[in-house]
Ligand binder design. Structure first.
Ligand SMILES: [Zn+2]
Length: 184
């Protein structure tokens, strides 16, 4: 995830001279129409063809499909800020393995992750200062990338609801070189 300021992804409210301008979402919907126009994958089975679940950071520079050579129907791709394993990722992995037949897990975190740039305490304190409400969740920021990969792999391996542990592997993707390095 990137925490650097970026453009909002939307355009200002339309004025009379801008009525035809589209928001980013409108542009994406146009892309979706083009996608459907050439769509030919309506007969894919529900269980992922490659029997694998990928847990990855939501960072816009990380493309798990391109990186790992995956297409529609191939894999479960579970993404969040950091590619960290929380209760919800354990829930998704349990469903993926027990109900949909996956047996391998690939976890991908990456260099330059936004989660390396702040601390849980400071982030939660800033939200509390801003809103009066301290979040109930942990932000799961980290300071050591390799240690974070090992920690999150360990959480998967320790969870009794996830039956298949023979191939649970963790990696760091380098956003500058496109390389993938195995950590554990
Ligand atoms: Zn990230």
């Amino acid at each position: 995830m990137r925490l650097l300021p970026t453009r909002s992804g939307t355009v200002p409210a339309p004025t009379r001279s801008q009525e035809t301008r589209m928001s980013t979402t409108d542009q994406l919907l146009e892309n979706a129409k083009a996608y459907q126009a050439s769509f030919d994958k309506g007969d894919l089975p529900l269980p992922p063809a490659k029997g694998v679940a990928v847990v990855a950071c939501m960072d816009a520079r990380l493309n798990p499909y391109g990186l790992l050579g995956l297409s529609e129907g191939d894999a479960h791709v579970i993404r969040n800020a950091g590619g960290v394993v929380t209760q919800d990722e354990l829930r998704s992995l349990a469903i993926s393995q027990r109900l949909l037949g996956t047996t391998e897990v690939v976890l991908v975190q990456h260099t330059g992750c936004g989660m390396l740039t702040f601390t849980d305490d400071a982030f939660k304190a800033s939200i509390e200062a801003d809103t009066g409400i301290k979040p109930t969740w942990a932000a799961e920021a980290f300071t050591d990338l390799d240690a974070s990969v090992r920690q999150n792999i360990a959480r998967i391996k320790a969870d009794p609801s996830i039956p298949h542990k023979d191939s649970v592997r963790g990696f760091v993707y380098d956003v500058e070189t496109g390389g993938l390095r195995e950590v554990v």
